[in-house]
Design a protein around this ligand. Structure first.
Ligand SMILES: Nc1ncnc2c1ncn2[C@@H]1O[C@H](COP(=O)(O)OP(=O)(O)OP(=O)(O)O)[C@@H](O)[C@H]1O
Length: 266
């Protein structure tokens, strides 16, 4: 007597399934349908064989996709100041079509060079307050005296067109969205390879005063502790922007290949 190997059991399973199919075909040919002879695979042409298999199984082979199209995703990108959120999103939008980057509404005045509807939707404070009252915003915050918020309708409109949605929020915004949307959206934390790299990037950007540099770096120290509440972390290492974008693309692709898709209702 010989012990059954794993490979033996897979052969048996395969033979079982062949037998099952044979039984099925036999039981089908027992019905009123005429018995169809299937030509030999090495002799028949493809169409002939296809038709014969179809007739034997009793119904035309369906061209319907086995799996429905993946639902549109909402991807929330967050991370400390200066880590490269804007840079990653800008590149992502260049390399990937069918993505809509949500334009935030703000009550602050337009700065020179800014374009309404592209950089922000600029609205009056009164209009912003009425948007809050009517529940038109997914999330909003008062930042240094100005309101900023995410308009729901924009997300709905683009999702209805089949677009994936990218939201860029600070860590607090991500926490709020997690509370509102739970696991129905994907949370990506962008981080530099080290604190030192992050500080150098902020210095190189030349947009900050020494005071604001201190605030941003001290805040970043606290913010990196929040990484555990995110679904994915992407290290945007110095000079490796393309790799970071590729990783975000892979995250989107993997999410779309999930059997249990995230379903979001805004
Ligand atoms: N992988 C990278 N390597 C080198 N420089 C980078 C990389 N990613 C982004 N940068 C640069 O770092 C600086 C900060 O990036 P960016 O403005 O995109 O950060 P941010 O996270 O959007 O910051 P904030 O939250 O303050 O708006 C920019 O000058 C950007 O060009």
């Amino acid at each position: 007597m010989r012990l059954l190997h794993k490979s033996d059991s897979s052969v048996i399973r395969f033979l079982d399934s062949v037998a099952l199919w044979q039984n099925l075909i036999q039981s089908m040919s027992g019905s009123s349908r005429p018995v169809v002879s299937i030509p030999d695979v090495d002799k028949a042409n493809k169409v002939e064989l296809y038709r014969a298999l179809e007739s034997s199984l009793g119904s035309p082979f369906s061209s319907q996709p086995f799996v429905p199209n993946a639902s549109p995703l909402i991807i929330v990108i967050s991370g400390p100041s200066g880590v490269g959120k804007d840079a990653v999103i800008k590149r992502l939008r260049e390399v990937r079509t069918n993505i809509h980057f949500v334009v935030t509404a703000t009550s602050r005045g337009m700065r020179p060079g800014e374009i309404d509807g592209k950089d922000y939707f600029f609205v009056s404070k009164e209009r912003f307050l009425s948007m809050i009252e009517r529940g038109e915003l997914l999330e909003y915050a008062l930042v240094y005296g100005d309101y900023k918020g995410i308009p729901k309708q924009q997300i709905r409109d683009y999702m209805a067109q089949g677009c994936d949605i990218v939201l860029r929020v600070d860590i607090q915004g991500a926490e709020t969205l997690r509370k509102i949307l739970g696991n129905s959206v994907v949370f990506v934390f962008l981080v530099a390879e080290s604190e030192s790299a992050l500080v150098q990037r902020l210095i190189d950007r030349k947009t900050e005063t020494k005071e604001s540099l201190l605030v941003r770096i001290a805040t970043a120290r606290e913010e990196v502790k929040h990484v555990k509440r995110f679904d994915y972390v992407v290290v945007n290492a110095e000079g490796e922007l393309e790799n970071s974008v590729k990783l975000v693309e892979s995250i989107i692709d993997a999410e779309k290949a999930k059997v249990q898709q995230r379903r979001v209702i805004i």
